[in-house]
Structures are given as structure tokens and as C-alpha cells.
Design a protein around this ligand. Structure first.
Ligand SMILES: [Zn+2]
Length: 392
């Protein structure tokens, strides 16, 4: 699975097009399991690459791009029946080749040949994804997981076996009542220990958000043992028998909660950005203002409508991005280069600077605001008038 450092490496990559050098990005989106026509997806992928080969040949782009396309074509041969998403980033002229399995949520199978790697599908998967801990807890055991990009990794297994089952004693006599109280006390100590372990790992920075898998009957008792800092980070819970649930089920149930949370958070925060922009506060809308805020380092969170595409120019010399299609850079006067989609330059920039990135679906207000908006850490123009920066 891809790491943050690897994504940064992709975001830093720039292929100078002077010698026909290009960065190729290939994404394979398998069909949904209901569809069952996996084979067709692999054939479709092959067709897409063959089409790209023809186009490159027609444009007289031979040499390195062809070597890349040939190698990617070989990869498509292995994708028949593949149920995971797959991505290849390639630039043979620079001896660069990376291949990753990804969650099957990449939109569509496609190839892009640009100066930078196409990172939009990766950003849509990862941009707003917090470091997530999933805690599966019952009265005697707790398993703590890290969930990232569909990969569930076990961090800790905490077991406090209860004393002999109280039911053996019956509940009527003194012995029974005593044993039952002891078991309850042991469960309480166990919940306490799990709560402490969660607090310790949170304070160490091991995770940012928490999802709990715990049966309804145990939840009030466990919840009471969670430190307020831990509780603040809780984004959802599902009720399931921890002893019987598989890792795949834990992953799927947690992912559903996470996706809903990200969508809701993106909606709420984008509205906040739009309101702040209207009030001349810590928000901007529209490409021109967002680009300026990116250049001044003000942007904390970026919101892009998921079907947004806009032309722009960039200056290969100083990196300036301009929403106006001008032939020379307003900052350094050198010739600019046109981008068919400004996201090609914005997304790597957001990744390099750790800007939280949300893709927003069907949002009328964002649509009216120009399909792009940002929440700011501070406003540079207001700082100049003597106000101090507002901390996030
Ligand atoms: Zn410039």
C-alpha cells in the first residue's frame, strides 16, 4: 500500500517536456463485484493504452513515452479478474516506475501523459483521510487497529480474561453474587486499561480519529472509561460481537462510517469557507482568489467540486499559477505554459504542503461560488493592517 512519503515523491515529480519527456499515470478501476465482467475491464484498460500509443505516435512522440506505454500494456495483461484498484506511475526517461494496489474507488480506468503525475484519484482517496484507530472492544479483550486505505493493521491486542464464568455458580446464593461482582469489577478494570491505552497512543500521535466496535450492551460502561480527549476524537461506533467479527467486516463497517464522516465534514467545512469568504474572513472562493491564497501560504483546507476542471497557465520558471490565460508570467515575465486542468498543478502543491483536501459532490453553494474554495489559516492582507494571525 502506498505511504505518505511515496505520495509526496509523486507530488514532487516534474518531467521537463523539452525533450519529449513525460510523466505517465495509469489508473485501473475494477468493476463492482455485482457486475462480474472483470475480463472486460482488463480489455478496456488494454484498449485505453493502445489508443494512447496511437496518439503518441501521431504526435511524433516516440522514444521514451513508447517504452512507458509498452510496459504499462504488459501490466494490463495481469489485471484480468483483479478486484483491487491499481495504479502505475512511470517515466522511463528518468528511470521512474512505481506500481500500487489501491482500494477499488478510483473513478474510472484512465491514463494521463503530462508533465506531472495525475494525482487526483489518489487525492480523492486520501486528501481528507485522518489517521484512524479502530478499537474492537468487549468485556475481556480489545483489539486496536490502524485503518488506512483499506488496509487494517493490528496495533495491539489487550486481553484480560475474566475469572471463572459466574453463571456456573448460579445467581441466587452469596457465592454467585460475589462471583458476579468480581467479574463485573474485572470487566471494569479491563475497560479502564483499554481507555488508558487509547489515551496513551493518542498522546503519542499514533492516530487522530477513533471508531469503536462494541456491543450496545457494553458501550455505556466502556464509554464511561474514555478520557474526554479520546471521546472528542470518536467519529462513530458500530455494535458487533467482537469475538465473532472478521477483520474484513471490521474494515468495511469502519470504512462506511469514515466515508460518511468525511463527506459530512467536507460539506460543513466548505460551507464555513463560503460563509467566511462572504464575511471577508478566513475563507476564499473562486479560482483566482484560491490561487492567490495558495501562493501566499494561507490555505489550510481546500474544497474542489468533484467534476471541476478549469484551464490556467503556470510559469515553469517561478511556479506562478494564473487563472488568466496570459502568455507571459506576471511575476517574472517569462513565457507561461498552459494547463488544460489547473488541478494538475494544485493537487501536488496541496500534497507537498499538507493541505487538507476535500472533493465535494453535488453542492449547489460551492457550484455558485466557482466550484473551488478554501479555508485559510490566516489572511495575509489583514496581517498587514496590524491584526495578528488567527490560529486554526
Ligand atoms: Zn514566473
Amino acid at each position: 500500500m502506498i505511504t505518505r512519503n511515496e505520495i509526496r515523491e509523486l507530488a514532487n515529480f516534474y518531467a521537463d517536456d523539452n525533450n519529449g519527456v513525460a510523466a505517465l499515470s495509469f489508473y485501473f478501476q475494477p468493476v463492482t463485484p455485482q457486475d462480474r465482467s472483470h475480463r472486460n475491464q482488463a480489455i478496456l484498460a488494454k484498449d485505453i493504452i493502445k489508443e494512447a500509443q496511437k496518439e503518441a505516435a501521431a504526435k511524433g512522440k516516440n522514444g521514451p513515452i513508447h517504452a512507458d506505454l509498452d510496459r504499462i500494456l504488459e501490466v494490463t495483461g495481469k489485471l484480468t479478474g483483479h478486484s483491487r484498484g491499481h495504479a502505475v506511475f512511470s517515466c522511463s526517461a528518468r528511470n521512474f516506475w512505481k506500481e500500487y494496489d489501491l482500494p477499488p474507488r478510483l473513478g474510472a480506468t484512465r491514463i494521463s501523459i503530462q508533465q506531472r503525475f495525475q494525482l487526483q484519484p489518489l487525492a480523492a482517496l486520501l486528501g481528507a483521510q485522518p489517521a484512524l484507530c479502530v478499537a474492537a472492544v468487549d468485556r475481556r479483550r480489545a483489539r486496536l487497529f490502524d485503518l488506512r486505505l483499506d488496509e487494517l493493521r493490528e496495533l495491539a491486542d489487550i486481553a484480560h480474561p475474566l475469572s471463572r464464568n459466574s453463571s456456573k455458580y448460579g445467581f441466587k446464593g452469596y457465592e454467585g453474587g460475589h462471583a458476579e461482582r468480581r467479574v463485573a469489577e474485572e470487566a471494569l478494570q479491563h475497560f479502564k486499561a483499554v481507555g488508558e491505552s487509547l489515551l496513551a497512543s493518542l498522546e503519542k500521535g499514533a492516530w487522530e480519529k477513533l471508531i469503536v466496535c462494541c456491543q450496545d450492551s457494553n458501550w455505556p460502561e466502556f464509554e464511561a472509561q474514555l478520557h474526554p480527549y479520546v471521546k472528542q476524537r470518536l467519529i462513530g461506533r458500530f455494535s458487533e460481537d467482537v469475538a465473532g467479527i472478521s477483520n474484513e467486516d471490521i474494515r468495511d463497517r469502519a470504512n462506511t462510517i469514515l466515508d460518511r464522516w468525511i463527506e459530512e465534514r467536507g460539506r460543513v467545512k466548505s460551507e464555513e469557507a463560503i460563509d467566511q469568504a462572504k464575511a471577508n474572513g478566513r475563507g476564499v472562493t473562486g479560482l483566482r482568489r484560491v490561487l492567490r491564497a495558495l501562493e501566499t501560504g494561507e490555505v489550510q483546507t481546500l474544497f474542489i467540486a468533484d467534476n471541476y476542471k478549469s484551464r490556467a497557465v503556470e510559469c515553469p520558471h517561478c511556479g506562478h499559477l494564473d487563472a488568466h490565460i496570459v502568455s507571459s508570467c506576471v511575476a517574472c515575465d517569462r513565457p507561461t505554459r498552459e494547463l488544460t486542468d489547473v488541478s494538475e498543478a494544485i493537487i501536488p502543491m496541496a500534497i507537498r504542503r499538507d493541505i487538507e483536501l476535500f472533493y465535494i459532490k453535488d453542492h449547489e453553494e460551492l457550484d455558485r461560488a466557482g466550484n473551488i474554495a478554501a479555508l485559510l489559516r490566516f489572511r495575509a492582507d489583514q496581517n498587514r493592517t496590524g491584526q495578528t494571525a488567527i490560529a486554526s
